[in-house]
Design a protein around this ligand. Structure first.
Ligand SMILES: [Zn+2]
Length: 293
């Protein structure tokens, strides 16, 4: 009896465990890769508020993800996630590029940026001047990361194109919405990674996006729009479609309770936004596949 039991146990160890492992690995690969080799995949992992990890191929980009202030209104990364974000731990390990749209604390924390960059020795930072001024208030920390920072502050309603380690970024300076804080340098980013285009609005005002010069975003064939809650309002859907025109839309900058119900009215008007989606859980990940031929 004992011998048979031992036998089953060994059989489990030798065969069943590897089979289970292979099944788990396959499920994992299905989740992170596209079914066809001709397609490119890009994944978006939600951190909180307007913060995301964007991954495609071997590249990893953080946008507005290093922050801890929610003004008692917006979601923030919890303490465990903040540790992962700043200590080169999965899924936030080996970060290539950090983008910050503007200096507001619900998008950016200087101490977290410095710690993340110190622990991710290849990470580069792209940000407007106002963000850099705040980072510079810690001269010792700033000195450690200075050589990897690119400051980019185009004039209002103009653009600037930059390539960093094979990632093409077009910085679009747009007016800050949310009660129009016109003194804020708000940069929306068009990111091109493995032929896939992602556009992050930052806190841009949809009612002033028509003033942007130097690029026609609607002609860029944007694959994924990370659009703030003002672009995501039903009354602004026409503007969002006309000026950004992304194939897939992720609505961000929503307070947690509103995020939970945001999709409800769209059931009645399914064509309002192209493939709309709202993240409701931190570290939730969505994988998109694109035919980039
Ligand atoms: Zn803001």
């Amino acid at each position: 009896m004992n011998r048979q039991a031992n036998c089953i146990c060994r059989y489990n160890n030798i065969l069943i465990k590897p089979i289970i492992l292979i099944l788990i690995l396959n499920l994992y690969l299905l989740n992170v890769r596209c079914s066809s080799v001709e397609k490119e995949s890009l994944s978006v992992t939600y951190v909180a508020n307007c913060g995301f990890l964007i991954e495609s191929g071997t590249k990893k980009i953080l946008v507005d993800a290093l922050f801890k202030e929610g003004y008692n209104r917006y979601e923030i990364p919890d303490s465990g996630t903040r540790i992962l974000l700043t200590s080169n731990k999965e899924p936030f390990n080996n970060i290539d590029l950090i983008l910050i749209t503007h200096s507001h604390a619900d998008h950016f924390d200087p101490e977290m940026v410095i710690r993340c960059m110190v622990n991710n020795p290849d990470a580069k930072l792209l940000c407007p001047e106002q963000v850099l001024d705040i980072i510079g208030k810690d001269p010792a920390g700033y000195e450690k990361i200075r050589s990897r920072i690119t400051e980019c502050t185009p004039d209002t309603f103009t653009t600037e194109k930059i390539e960093i380690d094979g990632i093409e970024v077009t910085a679009c300076r747009l007016a800050h919405g949310y009660q129009n804080k016109s003194d804020i340098q708000n940069i929306a980013y068009l990111i091109r990674i493995n032929k896939i285009k992602v556009f992050h609005t930052g806190d841009a005002d949809p009612l002033q996006i028509n003033k942007l010069t130097g690029i026609d975003l609607s002609e860029e064939h944007i694959n994924i729009g990370l659009i703030n809650s003002e672009f995501g309002q039903i009354k602004n859907a026409e503007i969002t479609n006309r000026y950004i025109h992304a194939a897939h839309n992720i609505i961000m900058h929503l307070p947690g309770d509103i995020a939970m119900t945001w999709m409800e009215p769209l059931k009645e008007q399914p064509g309002l936004f192209s493939d709309p989606f709202v993240f409701t859980k931190s570290l939730e990940k969505k994988v998109y596949c694109f035919d980039t031929e």
